[in-house]
Ligand binder design. Sequence first.
Ligand code: AMP
Length: 205
Amino acid sequence: MLTIALSKGRILEQTLPLLEKAGLSISEKELQSRKLVLDTNLDEIKVIIIRASDVPVFVQHGAADLGIAGKDVLLEHGANGVFELIDLGISKCKLMVASKPDQDLNEGTLKVATKYVKSAKAYFHSQGRQVEIIKLSGAMELAPIVGLADCIVDLVDTGNTLKANNLIPIELIQNISSRLIVNSASFNTKHSKINDWLDKIKDNL
Ligand code: AMP
């Protein structure tokens, strides 16, 4: 049996067609049900659909053999006990610094609002810039508007969310895409099954 952990939301919309091309499908009935462990068309594969940030945690602890998660989430998790098998090239976006157009980001200690604390700290520290990180769980765009922070670090896709809040993208921290991850115990004990899967996914990328 293989268990695959998938991220809810945006990533799921692009993950399901990719899995389907590789021969794994989940019926609409299963997807709409309140079940947490979903059956697939293949008896030996089950799927769990959870919060994106929980995917590496489930994989790390062996509660799922494989997972699909954004690089943003993996960087925050620290990738302890999990490794990336392949870049799936889906859910592409950019982790960026954004602020109000007239904001000076080069003076004194910068107040940065973000959900991506590790990535933001690493980025500013690598540049020798002093920052105070304000951890938020969402609606980061609000922080510069209400004076909570000088800038934000967030994912940017179309840029529409920034534009709607009169913010502009300023610095690129990292290009992001979704990765297939595995824990080493599963990779060792279920090596041939996982490799079969990996080949099917690679063939259809
Ligand atoms: P956009 O308006 O298209 O630039 O999207 C920005 C909003 O969507 C922000 O709130 C981001 O946190 C979120 N977002 C964009 N791309 C992704 C992604 N690949 N995964 C998760 N959230 C995303």
